[in-house]
Design a protein around this ligand. Structure first.
Ligand SMILES: [Zn+2]
Length: 430
């Protein structure tokens, strides 16, 4: 049985795309005559739906949808101490599951079918990813706070989770090690993470050089080494490194990241909203051969998981910061959210071509934000938002068709109840 995307716009042409299992197997041009069986599933594009690769969100804490609009407009430390940490204290699997369910629903509705996540209760996250069927690179929050016992516990737990993922969640979950940051994880654990990810060829997800304070403290504690130099001395910088933020870095740091082919993830909204210092230096990164990708960070500090908004904000931040409208053109930003991101996480996706994984969206070219069509990439980045996505397909499965996701009303209803309970719990118990 095949899935057909009939009469959809691809580049300047109208094509019909055949998907079998998880892959795009054939792209038929207008003069070709595909043979479509009556048993096949067909989505008719009517020459008004454009086929595009789905987006990949490079850095999230997806279950933090529970925190959306709870504690905005506060400085970082007050935000963490008064709003985030008290509620995360004692967070249960049930809360995390529902937070994740709503996050994935939002991603599907805004055209994202892959994401790189770090959060508590790994198994609950993995369960929901597998249930909803988009690709999650998942890591638990590895924090040992420089305590030996805690370090041993975390190392053991992560080893168990790695083997458990292979057995229980083989399809959509990619296991990663997620040491939270250099100021919450001991040197011993970081060395362990480097070794474990090398042995098993796993991604290593970390927050890196997010604030100036982190750099100053790191230099004090580690013989003048910057956070990047420190990680490099522990053998953590490699193509497996997925570093979020990477704002306060030197030329030397960028040279190391480039040479070792690490992934750098830019989170413009979160950086601006928490005003933790910036700006991320996209032009310098590109000039030394680093190809950064894009992420939203969690809904606690964004507050949206819509990658279309993130693309626009990324482009504008760069132009504004460097006083140069030629910086971060639409096409560059679009590829940061699609092609480069999928590739750097090891997926054969991010482009519409035969042999690629069917990670696909159809967007409505007749939408008010998409006309006129002088330049559809510009429209996608600067004018549209995630709501122009009409249909979302992941691994060849239709997850949203003509803006309807199966069970979405029930998910929203239940999530709202759970989110209320989540916040009220603070007043009762803490
Ligand atoms: Zn983060």
């Amino acid at each position: 049985m095949s899935l057909w995307l009939k009469n959809v716009i691809h580049g300047e042409d109208s094509v019909t795309i055949q998907i079998v299992d998880e892959y795009i197997v054939k792209i038929y041009r207008q003069n070709d005559t595909p043979i479509i069986s009556t048993e096949d599933e067909v989505i008719e594009g009517n020459h008004s739906l454009r086929v595009l690769p789905s987006l990949f969100n490079g850095h999230t804490h997806a279950s933090m949808t529970l925190f959306r609009s709870y504690g905005d407009d506060l400085p970082l430390m007050r935000w963490l101490q008064e709003k985030i940490w008290p509620l995360e204290n004692g967070i249960t699997e049930e809360f995390v599951e529902w937070g994740m369910r709503l996050a994935i629903l939002e991603m599907i509705k805004t055209g994202t079918t892959g994401f790189n996540d770090m959060y508590w209760h790994y198994t609950a996250c993995a369960k929901v990813v597998e249930e909803m069927g988009i690709h999650g690179v998942l890591s638990g929050v590895f924090v040992d706070l420089f305590d030996n016992n805690r370090a041993k516990e975390q190392q053991q737990l992560n080893e168990e989770l790695y083997w458990m993922t292979k057995e229980r969640f083989p399809k959509y979950v990619q296991f990663a090690i997620g040491p939270h940051a250099i100021y919450t994880v001991s040197e011993n654990s970081l060395r362990w993470a480097a070794e474990f990810t090398e042995t098993h060829q796993l991604p290593l997800h970390i927050h890196l050089a997010e604030t100036e304070h982190e750099v100053i403290e790191c230099k004090k504690q580690h013989q003048g080494k910057s956070p990047v130099e420190y990680l490099n001395s522990l053998h953590l910088v490699s193509p497996r490194l997925k570093a979020a933020h990477v704002i306060h870095v030197s030329d030397q740091d960028r040279a190391i990241l480039s040479e070792k082919q690490a992934t750098v993830i830019h989170n413009p909204t979160s950086n601006m909203k928490l005003a933790v210092g910036g700006p991320f230096n996209l032009p310098q990164m590109l000039s030394v051969g680093i190809q950064p990708i894009l992420g939203t960070d969690g809904a606690g500090s964004n507050n949206s998981l819509d990658m279309f908004q993130e693309m626009k904000i990324a482009a504008l931040l760069q132009k504004h910061a460097w006083g140069d409208p030629e910086v971060a053109p639409a096409n560059t930003v679009w590829e940061m959210a699609t092609k480069h991101a999928w590739k750097q996480f090891g997926y054969n996706a991010g482009e519409i071509a035969e042999g690629k994984l069917a990670e696909i969206i159809l967007v409505n070219e007749k939408d008010v934000s998409m006309v006129p069509d002088h330049n559809y990439i510009s429209n996608l980045v600067y004018s549209a938002n995630g709501h122009i996505v009409d249909t979302t397909i992941s691994s060849g499965r239709v997850l949203m068709k003509h803006r309807k996701v199966k069970g979405e009303e029930e998910i929203i209803q239940e999530f709202c109840k759970i989110a209320k309970k989540f916040v009220q719990r603070k007043h009762q118990n803490l």
